[in-house]
Design a protein around this ligand. Structure first.
Ligand code: NAI
Ligand SMILES: O=Cc1ccc(S(=O)(=O)O)cc1
Length: 492
């Protein structure tokens, strides 16, 4: 059975937590009258205060970003790329410390925290290379006329990042913005500020000029409304919930600013007939419970052909029950806590709703212990399709299994929600794989595995899951604008 293991953590790893500051115009600011507390989700201990930005701080950050933009847009792309490469070297050098900060404030196993730092580096690496390829074009023209399209940085960016991936998401956005020549005001999650501070420090130590990257924390709604309304900000990007994504998109629309929104999902996993159900169950348990299910690409709705359904459900449940749950610093722990009491309550509410509607709870279904936000890896089977857990992104260690009799039925159920981010399918039929690729409404589809794209492929959603793409050949597109220049070359 899943259990919270003893708290015999390695104290040499889980040592002190850094001081959290705002970073504005090249200066760290630690003292502010209003502060938040950062908590360790594994034991609910307070790690330290987070200063909350005042209106004057936000105004200063805006002035700094405007000034920083002028400096950075005129910095040669090769110099910009060099700064990003320096930052990668520093992140790699500091991976032990940053991984420790991530586990302290977010709860994920220490190895996962370190892996996330590595992922952050891959975005910087990719975008540094892309910064050298922001090619414009020369259009065919008559004599004495030159027609060109220049690709220019859009301007200062307001970037909002979540607590579940506290360094890779800031890296995704900041690396692309900086590579394109933009300055940034980053509002990182108040729940996990330490990783964002460490990331900013690496870029500063790498040689980023003052004002180009600014970091703020505070009241999220006040910060977003102030920044988005300011004429300084020219583009808005968020990774977060659909609800907040719609709010920020409305603010941006009112101010005529483009958005890049990477929002929630509720990923379907279509499992066809004739597959090895036990083998897929093993992959499913590992992938589902990674980061305690708190990731937008997490496989959630297992839509399984009836012929392999019982084999799949029983294997999945058995593996889930055996997972080691506990403090992320404890060796061998496979799953940490959920992020906060809010998530614990939300996950439990989905389970209780499913229970009352007749679902089978084949693994978990309860909190573990009374200190720390641990929830048992939970597998629900035979839910009605309108159960809350089938329609609301669980963002927790919770998987739903339902049987179907045909691919038609599977596709209809998979496409029945307003979100469409990641999706997965297991099939030995080329015909079905082709149809699924064509008909499944999603931004990313993985067939016969549960992996997600890295820096070199576009990531993002359809429908309510977002607008635009991060990564891939188009990774800088959202941060660039085309300027058409029509130039007569005859003397005037
Ligand atoms: N796509 C993703 O990576 C994420 C998705 N979510 C989704 O959001 C749901 C709720 O998450 P919670 O943390 O409980 O709540 P939440 O949606 O209130 O907060 C999530 C984050 O958004 C920020 N935020 C909230 N309101 C904002 C505003 N008006 N302007 C700017 N930033 C704002 C907060 O600072 C926080 O870091 C989850 O169940 C999950 O479905 C949450 C985090 C990440
Ligand atoms: O949970 C959503 C999520 C997770 C990771 C990333 S990133 O690719 O590391 O930026 C984005 C969104």
């Amino acid at each position: 059975m899943a259990n919270v293991n003893s708290r015999a953590t390695d104290t040499s790893v889980a040592s002190t937590y850094p001081r959290i500051g705002l970073f504005i115009d090249g200066e760290w600011i630690y003292e502010r009258p209003s502060c938040y507390a950062v908590c360790n989700p594994s034991d609910e201990a307070v790690l330290g205060p987070v200063p909350s930005a005042s209106q004057e701080d936000l105004e200063r950050a805006l002035r700094a970003a405007a000034k920083g933009f002028k400096v950075w847009r005129d910095t040669p792309p090769t110099e910009r790329a060099k700064v990003l490469h320096n930052a990668i070297a520093l992140l790699r050098e500091r991976v032990d410390d940053i991984g420790r900060i991530i586990t302290l404030e977010q709860g994920k196993p220490y190895t996962d925290g370190r892996t996330e730092v590595d992922r952050a580096c891959t975005f910087l690496e990719w975008d540094a290379a892309q910064s050298l390829r922001t090619y414009g074009s020369v259009l065919p023209s008559e004599p004495h006329m030159q027609r060109m399209v220049l690709r220019q940085p859009i301007g200062p960016v307001a970037a909002f990042t979540p607590w579940n991936v506290p360094i890779s998401s800031p890296s995704r956005k900041v690396s692309a913005a900086l590579a394109a020549g933009c300055s940034v005001i980053l509002k990182a999650a108040e729940e996990t500020p330490g990783a964002a501070c460490a990331f900013v420090q690496c870029l500063v130590d790498a040689g980023l000029p003052p004002g180009v990257l600014n970091l703020v924390f505070g009241e999220p709604a006040r910060i977003s409304s102030t920044l988005i309304a300011s004429p300084v900000i020219r583009m808005v990007t968020l990774t977060g919930s659909v609800h907040v994504g719609k709010q920020l998109s409305q603010l941006a629309g009112a101010a005529m600013k483009p958005v890049l929104m990477e929002l929630g999902g509720h990923a379907p996993v279509l499992i066809g007939e004739g597959v090895d159900a036990a083998k897929i169950a093993q992959q499913a348990a590992t992938s589902k419970m990674r980061m305690a299910g708190q990731i937008c690409a997490s496989p959630s709705r297992f839509i399984v052909h009836r012929s392999v359904y019982e084999d799949f459900v029983s294997a999945f449940a058995k593996i889930a029950r055996e997972l080691r749950v506990g403090d992320g610093f404890e060796p061998g722990v496979q799953m940490g806590p959920v992020a906060n009491a809010r998530r614990l309550a939300a996950v439990d509410a989905l389970v209780q709703d499913a229970r009352t509607r007749g679902a089978r709870v084949v693994a978990g279904g309860h909190r573990i212990g009374d200190r720390g936000y641990f929830y048992a890896p939970t597998i629900l089977a035979d839910l009605p399709v309108d159960a809350d857990a089938m329609t609301t992104e669980p963002f927790g260690p919770l998987a739903m299994c339902v049987p179907v009799d045909s691919l038609d039925e599977a596709l209809a159920l998979a496409n029945s929600l307003s979100v469409g981010l990641s999706a997965y399918a297991f099939t030995n039929s080329l015909h079905d794989a082709e149809r699924i690729s064509r008909e499944l409404e999603c931004g990313v589809l993985s067939i016969n595995h549960l992996g997600s794209p890295g820096a070199d492929a576009p990531f993002g959603g359809v429908k309510d899951s977002g607008i635009g793409r991060e990564g891939g050949a188009e990774s800088l597109d959202a941060y660039l604008v085309s300027k058409t220049v029509l130039q007569k070359t005859a003397r005037v």
